[in-house]
Design a protein. Structure first.
Length: 109
């Protein structure tokens, strides 16, 4: 078997889908409405701990903690871990379709 090339996973909680590329949250979607949450606090943050790709089943019932130097987010328990649909990936905030991206470091004058 070849090396696992999958980069994107969707961690589903009761009300929310957290779309990750590696450990970075690149999209958050409300499960009831299907709307992308462009200003969600978890966007662009990194998860502190995740299951290895392919070992997702052991993570059900766990919470994801996203962290940065200015904020952190703790999700409700994970109920499913999925692969994103192909047409969803281009809508991720990291692809600049989901809203404004601001730089954490301001350019020097």
């Amino acid at each position: 078997m070849g090396r696992e090339r999958r980069q994107h996973r969707v961690f589903v909680t009761r009300h929310t889908e957290y779309h990750l590329r590696g450990s970075e949250c690149v999209g958050v979607r409300d499960r009831d409405s299907g709307r992308w949450l462009r200003r969600h606090a978890a966007l662009r943050l990194h998860a502190l701990q995740l299951p290895p790709i392919g070992a997702d089943d052991g993570w059900l019932g766990q919470r994801i903690q996203f962290w940065s130097s200015t904020t952190d987010v703790l999700t409700s328990p994970v109920v499913a871990i999925l692969r994103p649909e192909k047409d969803v990936v281009p809508r991720y905030v990291s692809r600049m379709f989901a809203g404004e991206i601001t730089l954490a470091i301001q350019p020097m004058a």
